[in-house]
Ligand binder design. Structure first.
Ligand code: BV8
Length: 228
């Protein structure tokens, strides 16, 4: 059975990583336009660098929760037949043990060089404009996909979505495309679609099955049901 799981901020909420929509439009005190768009970066690069530096540092204070761990267990059982596509830029899936994993919106723990395009893993701050390990230029930015930028690995993701038997959306509000269109795409190709979310979202019309509750409870329960 081939499964694609799409995760959003809700799977990391119980680990203490703030979601976007629960912050009533202001995201850690910032407007999305100011910190998650190329225009915002052009306007005030230091503000954007500091915003991501703070979030990268905050990763040291959070741990994967039972939902991340349950997906890693599921990968242990299914191997290549499970692909986790995450919209999140935190590293909690990796730290829980997931390996078949795509960060379609990039990662806090990676930088992107504006000069040579290299994407080195990155732990420290970027606001001091350190030099790129590959080319030496000092044009490193967070390797995060901003609004208006092309997400990563779209072909690989779409190929998996149209071929899967089960598509599961976990902790995502279905507000951002192209990710928000994957449930309907999977359903159109015959997959059984499931939503695991704290509160049923508007997009529920697209799901065959909805289980409401916190991810740390609902995801392990769903995985145990599959593995039973
Ligand atoms: C692109 C990285 C094209 C940054 C992010 C009109 C129509 C269609 C599309 C568009 C349009 N206008 C503009 C667009 C395109 C735009 C878009 O979709 N805009 C929206 C606002 C309409 N999309 C883009 O720009 C994308 N690129 O389209 O490129 C292109 C083509 C060719 C060439 C060039 C370009 C790129 C979008 C990526 C933006 N980057 N993240 C960062 O993280 O710093 S988006 C960011 O918000 C996340 O990554 C995620 O994708 C998105 C939504 O967040 P969610 O993960 O869903 O979280 P949210 O807070 O919204 O919801 C939390 C959910 O969890 C809730 O449902 C809640 O109930 C639940 N929850 C809470 N607690 C729990 C829980 N569930 C379970 N347990 C809990 N405890």
């Amino acid at each position: 059975m081939r499964i694609v799981v799409l995760t959003g901020a809700g799977i990391s909420a119980e680990s203490g990583v703030p979601t976007f929509r629960d912050a009533d439009g202001l995201w850690e005190g910032h407007r999305v336009d100011d910190v998650a768009t190329p225009e915002g970066f052009a306007r005030d690069p230091d503000r954007v660098q500091r915003f991501y530096d703070e979030r990268r540092r905050a990763l040291h204070a959070v741990e994967p929760n039972a939902a991340h761990r349950a997906l890693a267990r599921l990968e242990g059982a299914l191997g290549e037949d499970l692909l986790v596509v995450t919209q999140n830029v935190d590293d909690l899936h990796e730290r829980a043990g997931s390996m078949n994993l795509v960060h379609m919106h990039g990662e806090l723990r990676r930088a992107l060089c504006g000069a040579c395009g290299a994407r080195p893993t990155w732990e420290g701050d970027l606001v001091q404009r350190p030099s790129c390990p590959a080319c030496g230029h000092r044009e490193l930015r967070p390797d995060v996909v901003w609004f208006g930028e092309l997400p990563y690995e779209l072909d690989r993701i779409e190929g998996a979505v149209v071929a899967c038997d089960v598509f599961v959306a976990i902790g995502t509000s279905g507000a951002v495309y192209p990710a928000a269109g994957y449930a309907a795409l999977a359903g159109a190709f015959g997959a059984h679609t499931v939503e695991l979310n704290l509160a049923p979202t508007l997009a529920d019309v697209a799901f065959d099955e909805v289980r409401a509750g916190p991810a740390s409870v609902v995801v392990p329960r769903w995985v145990e049901g599959l593995l039973a």
